[in-house]
Design a protein around this ligand. Structure first.
Ligand code: FAD
Length: 393
C-alpha cells in the first residue's frame, strides 16, 4: 500500500491549492478527482478575483482585507490568468446605494487593499458615458469606476495543479474516493479507478470536495464531526452580445441584489442568483426562473439586450455555494471558509467547506498550518507566493 503525507479529495481550486502547498512544503501528496479538474464549483463561479466590495456591508472586513491581499498576489504570480479590469457601478435616481455611500465603501476598500495601484476609483465623466456599451442613460445620475480582477476559474485551477505536479505531487483522475478508516496516526483511504479499488495511507486526509464534502465526510469511519452547511445555487447565463468596456456591477430591478454583467469569451456573462438547494449536488442545473431573473437585469440596463429571450442564451451553468447553516438570507451569510478537523491535536482529517476562489492560496496555507503537527519534517521545495502560475496549454 502506497503511503502519502497528504491525500486530498477534490480537484477544485481548494484541492489544487492544498496539493501545491503540500508539495511545496516537501510532502508527498496525492489528489483524487473523480471527473475532471474544476469540474465542480470551480468552473461555475463568477470568475472574479476580488475583495468583494459588497461584503463591506455585512462587516466582513477581515475577509475583504485577505481577499485584496490575495488579489495583489494573483496579479503578480498569475499575470497570464488574472487581469485587472475596470468595474462600473451605474447609479440611477432609484438606485439604493447612492454615489456618496459607494465612495465611502470604495475608500474603505482602498484602505483595506493598502492603497495600492489597483485601489483607484472615481466617477466616470458624463461625456464618457457613451463608451459604456450602450448602458441605459435615462435617469442615470452617476457612474462610479473602480478596479478588481477577472480570471478563468477552470484554467486557474489547472494551472495550480500543474504547478503542484511540477513539484512532485501526484494526481489520480478519474478516480473516486469511496471510504476512509481512521488509524491511530493517520487514515487508510480507498478510492476506485474504474473497476479497480485502490488503497493508500495518509498522515492526513484533506476533504476538499466542495458541495460533496459532507458526503465524503460521511464515508469516514469512525464518524467525524461535520459542520452544519447549506447549499445555495448560483446560476450564470451567457448572452450573444458583447460588453467590452469592463464589468458592470448593477442592482437587480427585481430585488436590489448585486449582479455582475461581464465580458466573457466573446459574449456577456451575467450572474448570479441565490436559490436554496436541497438536492443531489450532481443534479444542480439552472432554473428557468433564474434565467428570466438574469435576463431582466440585462434588459433593464442595456437597451441592446431588450429583444433577447431565453432562446438566445448561448451558455448556462449553475454552481453550489457552501454556506454556514443559518436562517438568514444567503446574501448576508459569511463567505469565510470553514475548516473542520476530526480532533484538535494532530488531526487526521481536515475538511474545507465554502470559501472563495480568490482565497485559495491563503486557505491552503491555513490548512498546512492546521495539519503541520501531523506531518513529518521535510525539506521545503518552494514558497507558494513565489511560484509563477502559467496558462495551461
Ligand atoms: C455561483 C457562484 C459564484 C461564485 N463566484 C465567485 C467569484 O467570483 N469569486 C470568488 O472568489 N469565489 C466565487 N465563488 C466561490 C468559489 O467558486 C468556490 O469557493 C470554489 O470554487 C470552491 O472550490 P472547491 O475546490 O471547494 O470545490 P469544487 O470546485 O466544487 O471542487 C470539488 C471537487 O470534488 C470532486 N469530488 C466530489 N466528490 C468526490 C469523490 N468522491 N472523489 C473524488 N473527487 C470528488 C468534484 O468532482 C469537484 O471537482 C462562487 C461560487 C458560486 C457557487
Amino acid at each position: 500500500m502506497k503511503q502519502y503525507d497528504v491525500v486530498i479529495v477534490g480537484g477544485g481550486i481548494h484541492g489544487a491549492g492544498v496539493l501545491q502547498a503540500a508539495a511545496a512544503a516537501g510532502h508527498s501528496a496525492l489528489l483524487i478527482e473523480r471527473r475532471g479538474l474544476a469540474s465542480g464549483t470551480s468552473s461555475r463561479s463568477s470568475k472574479l478575483i476580488h475583495g468583494g466590495l459588497r461584503y463591506l456591508e455585512s462587516g466582513q472586513f477581515a475577509l475583504v482585507r485577505e481577499s485584496l491581499r490575495e488579489r495583489a498576489i494573483h496579479l503578480r504570480i498569475a499575470s497570464q490568468l488574472v487581469e485587472l479590469k475596470p468595474f462600473y457601478i451605474p447609479v440611477y435616481r432609484d438606485t439604493r446605494r447612492r454615489p456618496w455611500q459607494l465612495k465611502i465603501g470604495l475608500w474603505v476598500y482602498a484602505l483595506l487593499g493598502g492603497f495600492d495601484a489597483s485601489s483607484r476609483f472615481g466617477s466616470v465623466p458624463k461625456d464618457e458615458w457613451s463608451t459604456l456599451d450602450g448602458l441605459e442613460t435615462r435617469g442615470l445620475d452617476a457612474v462610479i469606476r473602480y478596479y478588481d480582477a477577472q480570471t478563468d476559474d477552470a484554467l486557474l485551477t489547472r494551472a495550480v495543479v500543474q504547478s503542484a505536479l511540477s513539484l512532485g505531487a501526484e494526481l489520480a483522475m478519474p478516480a473516486s474516493f469511496t471510504r476512509a478508516a481512521l488509524t491511530d496516526d493517520g487514515v487508510t483511504v480507498t478510492y476506485s479507478e474504474g473497476a479497480v479499488a485502490v488503497q493508500c495511507s495518509a498522515r492526513v486526509l484533506v476533504n476538499a470536495a466542495g458541495p460533496w464534502a459532507p458526503r465524503v465526510a460521511g464515508s469516514i469511519e469512525p464518524a467525524i464531526p461535520i459542520p452544519g452547511v447549506d447549499l445555495v445555487q448560483g446560476t450564470h447565463i451567457v448572452l450573444p452580445f458583447k460588453v467590452t468596456a469592463g464589468i458592470y456591477y448593477v442592482e437587480s430591478p427585481a430585488d436590489g441584489r448585486a449582479v455582475f454583467v461581464m465580458p466573457w469569451n466573446g459574449g456577456t456573462l451575467i450572474g448570479t442568483t441565490e436559490t436554496p438547494y436541497r438536492g443531489d449536488p450532481d443534479m444542480v442545473q439552472p432554473l428557468p426562473e433564474e434565467e428570466e431573473y438574469l435576463l431582466a437585469v440585462a434588459r433593464h440596463y442595456f437597451p441592446a439586450f431588450r429583444h433577447l429571450t431565453r432562446e438566445h442564451i448561448t451558455q448556462r451553468f449553475a454552481g453550489l455555494r457552501v454556506l454556514p447553516a443559518a436562517n438568514e438570507a444567503a446574501f448576508d451569510r459569511s463567505r469565510e471558509t470553514i475548516f473542520s478537523t476530526d480532533r484538535l491535536s494532530k488531526p487526521r482529517v481536515l475538511g474545507i467547506y465554502g470559501g472563495k476562489l480568490t482565497g485559495w492560496s491563503a486557505s491552503a496555507a491555513h490548512v498546512m498550518a492546521r495539519i503541520g503537527a501531523s506531518l513529518p519534517d521535510r525539506p521545503r521545495r518552494a514558497g507558494t507566493d513565489e511560484l509563477i502560475l502559467r496558462r495551461p496549454a
